[in-house]
Design a protein around this ligand. Structure first.
Ligand code: ATP
Ligand code: MG
Length: 425
């Protein structure tokens, strides 16, 4: 039997991983500038955590989670995490992080699992980089998160994304909107898809982001949440927009951008790619969830955050032609046992100075070592045979120019570490 990957699960081989590494490194850098700290939480959690935080009547809970019974006596239900926020909130509550420091800025990165239909930009194991801020209700922090993402796009050279923002009000003003929306949708009931017909009972706000064209057409005429916001929510939203007014392109207000769960409130946003991702064009999404920490057993602490999809970001960057300059490789070609021992030791010394070095372990002709160096993309080859050992001088050949120079053994380490060290990449 041939062993193959599970459908919707991907490998990221060398050649592709470099872009991922760059995305992760830049995210870590940019997030650090905003004083975020990393948190790592388990990939496996009790299923209950997700049903309580995401809500029973969401697609993720109803049909997308990988859930199984553990081998304990109670056959506890466990799930592979479908998203990152729930685990981070659980860790925050369980670790009593609010007692240590009232305001917490945390980020995470890693794999998430949802049993969706695999397609371009949609996998069953995918990766997110996310950030959460606990303990702040002010609009400045909502804006800060969005500006942080803008900085990351800039660092990475992502262009053509558009930020869509909305406010979905709070427990005070949303019920009034929900009633108005339900009244409107009741009137068009016969035209809604089967899912939305059900959502109308369980989670009417979800109808607003149904991906079906027929539903989108109906929803276009639906009442807007923005005309139902209470004074505080209106002010909060206006402040967020004001703080983002210098962003280019300007953020677009989309009153249909909603979250269906009660603990979500006020700011919601999605960062969409202009072209290149087809219909899976949301690169990052997030919003405010002031009631979540409390609903998972913690203190009444506000929260706001986002998650970005690494696969989609990588697709966007690779389709934009972003390629990584390979770090310089120095290849050591040797002939004879004495030269082998000498180059083996030299390789260790150079590697400790950050130079990327490789060499053969078996006796091969110089020609075949040169061919191998070429295949590996070496920038230069240091050639050492019995003659060089006697003279105390090696030959350094630059692959691109074919230029050869002699390097004295006496200062061989320095003369190679400088041009080929980490700074040269
Ligand atoms: P979508 O609109 O694609 O269904 P979503 O609303 O389910 O996204 P979130 O749960 O908000 O997505 O996750 C945030 C981000 O994670 C998305 O914007 C996307 O970039 C990425 N993402 C979500 N699901 C997948 C998936 N199955 N495969 C790859 N990336 C995904
Ligand atoms: Mg989805």
């Amino acid at each position: 039997m041939k062993l193959t990957r599970i459908k919707g699960f991907s490998d990221v081989p060398p050649g592709e991983i470099e872009l991922w590494q760059r995305i992760e490194q830049r995210a870590v850098q940019v997030f650090a500038a905003y004083n975020f700290k990393e948190i790592r939480v388990p990939i496996l959690e009790k299923s209950e955590l997700f049903s309580r935080s995401l809500g029973e009547s969401t697609d993720v809970i109803e049909k997308e989670m990988y859930t199984f019974a553990d081998r304990d006596a109670k056959a506890t239900l466990l799930s592979l995490r479908p998203e990152g926020t729930a685990g981070v909130v659980r860790a925050y509550v369980e670790g009593k992080l609010h007692q240590v420091e009232p305001v917490r800025k945390l980020y995470y990165l890693g794999p998430m699992f949802r049993r969706e239909r695999p397609q371009k930009g949609r996998l069953r194991q995918f990766h997110q980089i996310g950030a959460e801020v606990f303990g702040r209700t002010d609009p400045f922090v909502d804006a800060e998160l969005l500006l942080m993402l803008r900085d990351l796009w800039e660092e990475l050279g992502v262009s053509g994304t558009v930020l869509e923002v909305n406010s979905i009000g709070c427990v005070e003003c949303r019920p009034g909107y929900r009633a108005a929306l339900v009244a409107f949708l009741e009137g068009r009931r016969g035209e809604l898809c089967a899912d939305c017909d059900r959502r109308l009972e369980t989670n009417p706000l979800r109808v607003l982001d149904c991906k079906r064209e027929s539903c989108a057409g109906i929803v276009a005429a639906a009442p807007s949440i923005l005309s139902h916001l209470c004074a505080e929510c209106r002010q909060h939203f206006d402040s967020v927009l004001e703080l983002l007014k210098d962003m280019r392109p300007e953020p677009v207000v989309n009153h249909r951008l909603v979250r269906g769960l009660d603990y979500y409130c006020r700011t919601t946003f999605e960062w969409k790619a202009g072209t290149g991702l087809g219909s899976q064009n949301t690169v990052a999404a997030g919003g405010r969830y002031d009631g979540l920490v409390q609903s998972l057993g913690g203190p009444p602490v506000a929260g706001v955050g986002f998650a970005l999809g690494v696969e989609r970001l990588a697709l966007l960057l690779s389709e934009g032609g972003a390629s990584e300059p390979a770090a310089a490789l120095l290849y050591l070609a040797w002939m004879g046992e004495e030269a082998q021992r000498w180059t083996f030791a030299l390789a260790q010394r150079l590697r400790r100075r950050g130079v990327r070095v490789d060499l053969d372990g078996e006796t091969r002709s110089l020609k075949s070592q040169m061919r191998r160096a070429d295949k590996l993309g070496a920038r230069a080859v240091l050639i050492v045979g019995p003659d060089e050992m006697t003279k105390g001088r090696a030959v350094l050949r630059h692959m691109a120019t074919r230029e050869q120079i002699e390097v004295d053994f006496a200062n061989v380490d320095d003369s190679l570490a400088e041009p080929f060290g980490p700074a040269s990449a």
